[in-house]
Design a protein around this ligand. Structure first.
Ligand code: ADP
Length: 256
């Protein structure tokens, strides 16, 4: 009983999660948690294991070991409850380009058991929040890259999730659209959603409540952006990150 009470204080909990692809250990025992209303940046260079972690968090496959809980619901034992509390924007766009903005969202609302007036109201709310009301009837194909991403964010919010997962969501966007999307997501903290924002771009982690540095399947450091800078005796988060990870991409080498 006591354990359950502790677990439900977090929007998201990941405990000692492990995942290998054959000999290659992509996640070597990762633990993290996100509180309601908290923006946590998961920062890691390419190959760190971010996508693997996101696939586990979205129930696409099971971990070899460890536990994922969403609002206290174990992803393996109660997948429907756990997944029902998650909103996600994947790295690759997953909208139907030939459907209207609204139709893409209606479909998603129905999948979550939301229909009729309630669905209309929620979709109108989400579109308004992201400044897309005027574009509701437009086909997604007619929208800019930045607006397409905003539609995906609106869709991720329609069922009012407790956890929002953003996987390298700004890939391919120009700097202004990148900033806008990040600001929209930062503003969601006031609605008490817990946010996990995965990126390899240090500037996107500057405004995070907490930064978790993932490298080669392990968490190297965790703290506020200022705390990480102070602990590394550098003068910026970019330098601290570089110092911790050796910087840049890891070339695909032999398993380690
Ligand atoms: P990131 O998203 O941080 O770039 P990934 O989770 O994609 O990291 O990759 C973590 C490690 O797992 C890398 O070494 C990558 O080569 C390996 N990996 C990822 N997906 C597969 C796969 N389907 N099969 C084999 N190895 C994989």
């Amino acid at each position: 009983m006591h354990e359950q009470a502790i677990a439900t204080e977090w929007s998201l909990q990941v405990e000692d999660v492990r995942k290998s692809y054959g000999e290659r250990e992509a996640l070597k025992g990762v633990s993290l948690a996100v509180a309601p209303g908290e923006f946590v940046a998961l920062l890691g260079p390419n190959g760190a294991g971010k996508s693997t972690l996101f696939q586990l968090l979205t129930g696409l496959f099971n971990a070899d070991g460890g536990v994922v809980r969403v609002c206290g619901h174990d992803m393996r034992r109660e997948p429907v409850r756990a997944l029902g509390r998650i909103g996600v924007v994947f790295q690759q766009m997953t909208l139907d380009l030939d459907l209207s903005v609204e139709a893409n969202l209606v479909f998603h609302a129905r999948l979550h058991g939301i229909a009729g007036r309630e669905s209309k109201a929620r979709i109108a709310d989400a579109l308004q929040r992201l400044g897309l009301t005027e574009r509701a009837r437009d086909r997604v194909r007619e929208l800019s890259g930045g607006n397409r991403r905003k539609v995906e964010l609106a869709r991720a919010l329609v069922h009012r999730p407790s956890v929002l997962l953003m996987d390298e969501a700004t890939v391919g966007l120009d700097p202004a659209s990148r900033r806008q999307l990040l600001d929209e997501v930062l503003a969601l903290r006031e609605s008490e959603v817990g946010i996990l924002w995965a990126s390899h771009l240090v500037d996107e982690a500057e405004a995070a409540d907490r930064v978790i540095v993932l490298h080669r399947g392990k968490i190297l450091a965790e703290g506020t952006p200022q705390g990480l800078v102070a602990a590394s005796a550098t003068t910026s988060l970019a330098e601290a990150f570089l110092q911790m990870t050796g910087g840049g991409e890891r070339s695909p080498g032999p398993p380690q």
